[in-house]
Design a protein around this ligand. Structure first.
Ligand code: A3P
Length: 295
């Protein structure tokens, strides 16, 4: 049985769940192959969405193939270590043949060198920090293996201080942004994917060297809407037991919107966040959007 409400330890100053840190050597010594593709995000940036899109792209829009197994089995979570081996990324990856699609939340400085040495392609997804932290808060209310999130105002404060799992949001998004030209990193935004999903899917397919007809692109758009993925047991994490995900607290696919932060931030919290954001992002102009124009 899984330890309920885990604790954090650090690797190079970055807080991670304790079992990840205990087994860190396995991450460091992991071997990547050139065909492997890494999907990297700060938690709650839309990882699951992009994973489903990438799998459908590699399967040319074949829904049945993409439904062969739950997401965490199809695309293992690199650094995740758990007593139940079906949730341990490296245990799963070692049994798979390349090309493997691999999920990670690690900041760029903790990505094992093997990925850069092998020249792997990396798809990075970033989401504006206000929606990210609201999503993270609700996720940690339902995910019983992460530390207790506590009340919202304190949670927001911890997010700004970089004390949540996987560390500072601003360091994370800046780290990949600064390396994107030197390494093979496709840098995407959650907000763009919401606004023009077909364009995003074409961009990802081009980056992966996959030719898709317009019909396939439209089918992938339909199969990866929030509503469609919420109903898809192979993409909505409904196979994770209730002892780990407490669905009474929140759904995994909760709202899937841009701008939901406006229902959670008080005017004072928003002012403090704006001040923090300007300082944290100084010298790095990443075009985040906090709302979308009315459609
Ligand atoms: P919300 O909590 O705001 O709803 P991750 O996969 O990185 O954990 O991110 C989860 C967030 O992405 C959740 O945000 C979830 O609802 C959203 N998401 C997942 N699939 C989506 C989709 N198909 N379209 C839009 N948002 C999606």
């Amino acid at each position: 049985m899984w330890a309920i409400r885990g604790t954090m330890k650090k690797v190079q100053g970055v807080p991670l769940l304790e079992p990840i840190v205990t087994h860190w050597k396995r991450v460091e010594t992991f071997r990547a192959f050139p065909e492997d593709v890494l999907i990297a995000t700060y938690p709650k940036a839309g990882t699951t969405w992009i994973q489903e899109i990438v799998d459908l792209i590699f399967n040319h829009g074949d829904a049945e193939k993409a439904r062969r197994a739950p997401l965490h089995i199809r695309m293992p979570f690199l650094e995740m270590t758990a007593p139940d081996p079906t949730f341990s990324g490296i245990t799963l990856l070692e049994k798979m043949q390349p090309p493997r699609i691999i999920k990670t939340h690690l900041p760029i400085q903790l990505i094992p060198n093997t990925f850069w040495e092998a020249g792997c392609k990396v798809i990075y997804v970033a989401r504006n920090p206000k929606d990210t932290v609201v999503s993270y808060f609700n996720f940690e209310r339902m995910n019983l293996i992460t530390p207790e999130p506590g009340p919202w105002p304190q949670y927001l404060d911890k997010f700004m201080k970089g004390q949540l799992g996987w560390g500072s949001w601003s360091d994370h998004v800046k780290g990949y942004w600064r390396e994107k030209e030197r390494k093979q990193i496709l840098y995407l935004f959650y907000e763009d994917m919401k606004e023009t999903p077909a364009k995003g899917i074409r961009q990802i397919a081009d980056f992966l060297g996959q030719q898709l007809s317009e019909d396939i692109v439209s089918n992938i758009v339909q199969m990866t809407t929030f509503a469609a993925m919420r109903e898809n047991p192979m993409a909505n994490y409904s196979t994770v037991p209730d002892t780990i995900f407490d669905r009474k607290a929140s759904d995994f696919l909760r709202k899937g919107e841009v701008g939901d932060w406006q229902n959670h931030f008080s005017p004072e919290e928003n002012a403090a966040f704006e001040e923090h954001y300007i300082k944290a992002m100084a010298g790095c102009n990443i075009p985040f959007r906090f709302s979308l124009p009315e459609q």
